[in-house]
Design a protein around this ligand. Structure first.
Ligand SMILES: [Zn+2]
Ligand SMILES: [Zn+2]
Length: 644
């Protein structure tokens, strides 16, 4: 056959095929109410074929999330119904009114002997108490009978609803060995069907739980929303443009009881991960609801795999370094914005989330909060570098400017205190950053151009989402600077100023890389089910903060001094050539602070940028975050011998 003729034949065939599917779809789904019960002897029954969700890997190919097969057992409605009537000795009025049932209960048991076999055999084969099976049956029956009553009342006659001919799951999550014992002796299990169902497994347990997220069942409202949208899509596609994307007509949207990604990349990349459910069209006869033949079948399409930028080992070390502290640690590639680790404590186990959810969601420590991107807190002294950059750039100060710190300063009748009650004496910028003198920055703030200071903060992304590919990021807050007193507070990272750890790590990356505000992301690439790369992540770094080389030099040197002779000295960080800034942010409660440490490493050839946040601690930034930074460094540079 010539290629042209082949094409024509193929198109005709495809069109014909699509017409059948669209018509079936209209009859079965869109107009199902209208056609409910139109044929009592034959109907087309669609049966979903589950798609495997794509796996999630770290940057080195370690599996972080994968679908495994789980099995459910479904039982024909008729069988459920009669077992329930016989064993629970309850009446279903529409049944007991049938001629054959007007005799005695014994007669009923006699007439449905066969339909009852499944109960005994399933109970025995899977060692599940009959009571549990009957409980589950009861739930299905209540639902279906209620539906039937509604449909019949609306139509004013007795009607066979689709659900009466369906199989309904009553046993969930059966192991492979046990399911085989059912499947090989099908004749012992009349009316029973095995449903393979993919189940999400997180082999690393709690690791990176906030990045991964978890799977949860669609709520009724969500399902309705999705199915309405899908129906609209199908109708529009079948009415208007048949050629474009018409193949999706053959797939199914979400089904009731489907699990969808919630939280983390499971949610953010749901569309890529989920794949497309296939469909089997069966013609069944309703005399005994046996499958007569399969009319057509569309196999499911597997979802795409996700490779994350996360390094499992660095992630594990970050989580370990954080320990039981409330807080977050982020390690990011200084140049690309790739997130190597993002720890937030407390966390959760996505494998057991369906059992734990209620309990965890009531905890005051908020384990579902991803503190790395959702915790918006005052940054304290780690913000002082923006004050310094702003003041140096508009020449409010230079490297020779000095102020006297006697532990406090005044503005009007307000006292602003340094953290050191004895004061730092005569101090310049080169000492004010390493020793974190507040008074120096209070005095600087008095002469700052407020508008420029606000703009510099904005340029560094304060109060704006970074756009990371994880849902629910918070933007923090950069207040409009209206008064000098307000500016003085913001200058030391307090007041109404709120930043997320992610914003902070990006600022320090910009200082290290020469001013590029990188686009933080966790996606490395997608691959298809055969392993071919579909799309590698290419971030666009549009924002470059223009910094004068002289200013950058001053800042970088003083950040180095923080570790050499300042608030983070003698912590074993020098050997790793860490440059950074400690911070202690007041919470408003006396003696309770947030401890910060942000920076980059090594300072002469920056590779990693990092931020450590410990919430609600009694210690100062350096004391609490320093030792944690040290632990983190040993994980990042295992090759460096520890000298202290
Ligand atoms: Zn009966
Ligand atoms: Zn001071």
């Amino acid at each position: 056959m010539s290629p042209f003729r082949f094409k024509v034949v193929f198109m005709v065939f495809l069109l014909f095929f699509l017409c059948i599917v669209v018509r079936l779809f209209q009859l079965q789904i869109i107009e199902s109410d209208k056609y409910r019960g139109i044929s009592k002897t034959r109907r087309i029954h669609t049966y979903p074929l589950e798609a495997v969700r794509g796996s999630i890997f770290d940057r080195n190919g370690t599996v972080l999330a994968v679908d495994q097969h789980a099995f459910d057992l479904s039982v024909k409605y008729k069988n459920l119904l009669y077992s329930y009537i016989v064993h629970r000795k309850k009446e279903i009025s529409r049944i007991s009114e049938l001629e054959i049932h007007k005799k005695t209960k014994e007669a009923c048991i006699e007439c449905h002997k066969e339909e009852d076999v499944w109960l005994e055999n399933v109970s025995e084969a899977l060692s599940i108490p009959k009571k549990d099976l009957l409980d589950n049956s009861e739930q299905v029956i209540m639902k279906v009978e209620r539906l039937k009553r509604i449909v019949e009342r609306r139509n004013g006659r007795s009607i066979l609803v689709k659900e009466e001919t369906d199989f309904h799951p009553v046993v969930f999550d059966v192991s492979l060995e046990k399911i085989i014992s059912v499947d090989v002796k099908k004749e012992d299990f009349p009316g029973v069907r095995v449903n393979p169902r993919p189940k999400r497994i997180y082999p690393q347990q709690r690791l990176a739980s906030h990045i991964l997220g978890y799977m949860g069942k669609l709520t009724d409202e969500e399902w309705k929303m999705h199915s309405d949208r899908w129906n609209d899509f199908i109708l529009n596609a079948s009415l208007s443009d048949m050629s474009e994307d018409s193949s999706s007509l053959l797939y199914d949207g979400y089904a009731k009881d489907d699990c969808v990604g919630r939280f983390g990349v499971e949610l953010y990349y749901e569309e890529e991960l989920r794949g497309l459910r296939g469909k089997r069209f069966e013609e069944i006869t309703c005399v005994n609801t046996e499958i007569k033949k399969v009319v057509l079948e569309r196999p499911p399409l597997q979802g795409n795999n996700l490779y994350l930028t996360i390094d499992s080992q660095i992630q594990a070390c970050s989580e370990e370094a954080l320990g039981k502290h409330l807080g977050a640690i982020i390690v990011m590639d200084t140049w690309t914005g790739e997130i190597l680790s993002m720890a937030s404590n407390p966390d959760f186990n996505p494998n057991t989330i369906n059992n734990d959810f209620q309990e965890l969601s009531t905890l005051s420590s908020k384990p579902f909060l991803n503190r790395a991107i959702q915790g918006a807190l005052p940054p304290g002294s780690i913000f002082k570098i923006i004050t310094a950059i702003s003041a140096l750039s508009d020449q409010s100060i230079d490297t020779r400017s000095s102020f006297v710190c006697q532990g406090f300063t005044n503005y009007k009748n307000i006292i602003f205190r340094c953290w050191s009650q004895y004061g730092h004496g005569l101090i310049t910028l080169q000492d004010a950053i390493p020793y974190s003198c507040n008074v120096f920055f209070f005095e600087t703030a008095k002469s700052l151009k407020q508008e420029n200071f606000y703009l510099w903060s904005k340029k560094f992304g304060i109060g704006e989402k970074t756009g990371i590919d994880i849902p629910y990021e918070k933007e923090g807050n950069m207040p409009k600077l209206k008064t000098t007193a307000m500016t003085m507070n913001v200058a030391i990272g307090q007041g109404a100023l709120l930043t997320t750890p992610l914003q902070c790590v990006r600022i320090y990356a910009a200082l290290a890389n020469g001013g590029t505000l990188v686009y933080p992301h966790v996606l490395l690439k997608f691959t298809d089910s055969r392993g071919g790369t579909i799309q590698a992540f290419r971030p666009e770094n549009k924002n470059k903060v223009v910094l004068s080389p002289a200013v950058l030099d001053i800042i970088r040197n003083s950040l180095q001094d923080v570790v050499i002779r300042g608030t983070a000295k003698n912590m074993g960080l020098e050997v790793y050539k860490v440059a950074g800034k400690t911070g202690t942010a007041e919470t408003g409660k006396k003696g309770v602070n947030h401890a910060w440490f942000a920076g980059y490493v090594p300072y002469d050839k920056p590779r990693y940028s990092f931020v450590i946040l410990i919430e609600h601690t009694s210690g100062h930034g350096g004391e609490v975050a320093g030792p944690i930074a040290r632990k983190l460094m040993t994980a990042l540079f295992p090759e460096i011998e520890q000298s202290s």
